[in-house]
Design a protein around this ligand. Sequence first.
Ligand code: ZN
Length: 393
Amino acid sequence: MILLRQVQLYNPLPQGLQDVLVAGDQVVAIQDKIDPGSLLNSVHVIHGEGRWLVPGFIDTHLHITGGGGEGGPQTRTPEIMLTDLTTAGVTTVVGCLGTDGFTRTMGNLLAKAAALTQEGLTAYAWTGSYQVPPRTFTGSIEEDLLYLTPVIGVGEIAMADHRSSQPTVEEIKKLAASARVGGMLAGKAGVVNIHLGDIPGGLALLQQVCQETGIPLSQFLPTHQNRNTYIFEEAMAYGLAGGWMDFTTSTVPQSIEAGEIPAHQALAKALEVGVPIERLSFSSDAQGSLPNFDEKGQLVGLDVGKADSLLESIRSAVNLSGVPFHVALQTITSTPARLLKLTSKGSIGVGLAADLVMLQPETLDIDTVISRGQVMLENGTPIIGGTFEECKK
Ligand code: ZN
């Protein structure tokens, strides 16, 4: 059992000073004051005075097995390690393949999701890669959703991008229909995670698919909607029409100079035009490759997307874009939980998952991370590492 004492609770809405008791992998009590009484010796007490307690972060789009490869085999990015996530406050992930659905396989993705789950996180997977028809594990989207526990939807399917398989409207219709029916039968979200490229019109195509099929717009989760100004303009119309808006947080200065809108600015603008926070989310694209050019435009190296860009974007939303903390926080907690239909995640409540992050209020630095009831990080230091990491207990 873990007792977090006198934390400022964000649920993600502010709940004031509370004691929070964890037993097993769940939160079992939240009260003004909890007296552990005779249980004191078996309770791990964490003093939360002066700290904020928020739900563990949910990252809906990251390349847990590594991604990239667009510059040749030497540009394939490395797989993610447990502490890359825990030090970033991320306790739930949805891993994806990417451009490379050939040397990267669904078997590899499922094994990595299983590894992260064994190591203490909650890890899901999108079935498929950029290509349509998607590269599934069983050969069928419906059967992947039905029989493979970690699979909660399809993705990342590339559209409006020179690296996509140039899917037609009819192909997207069939794919969305499979995801929808598979999701219904399996009791899962069955969402289609779309990689939105630079070519205008991708979001309008999704709207056309929905108009012609009766499939709701919420079936699609298009990401990278902040990738440039004209895509972002289209995205705002899409958000106002009822679609999810997902902004990528990993970036490099060169991309921002080339017109990418930082996720925190995209969030502030979308809120300003009236897109509800309930439909706005951030995802990190961690382990995706980020090309790094010098001032002459020569490729001088590759950076890799980082999971900690999620919290960095929350910090920037609060400090640079004037978004209230409890509003910005929803983009990586309650909104992704709702869109993925993860009813025990993204919030802090009795009976819900004990996925908790304790923050320093002034800096929003991470103090403590608890995932499925296990302390992964305390006083800013990982105390549980991945199998091949040094801080292994
Ligand atoms: Zn992508």
